[in-house]
Write a protein that binds this ligand. Sequence first.
Ligand SMILES: [Zn+2]
Ligand SMILES: [Zn+2]
Length: 91
Amino acid sequence: MDDMKKDLISSLKEREQVLIKLNEACPVCMDPYTPGTAYFLTNCTHVMHKECIKGYITSEIDGGKPEITCVDPKCKKLLAPEDVFRNTSDD
Ligand SMILES: [Zn+2]
Ligand SMILES: [Zn+2]
């Protein structure tokens, strides 16, 4: 693993630790985060569970949405489903 990727992963772990400490809830299921469950979107600052983002994207695709946007209704950033599935499949 190269250093850049290692840095990225450790900063995501730190961000996840902060969420857990603040007892932040996932916007999809309203449950708090536990270690290794948070997924940080790459196009905006929003975060949710890995399982929740995968379920959300799957239901949007099943619903025939041509473009999938962030879970937050006020945030219009587009999601890249292939990135999400790639980034959530390695654990
Ligand atoms: Zn959730
Ligand atoms: Zn967003």
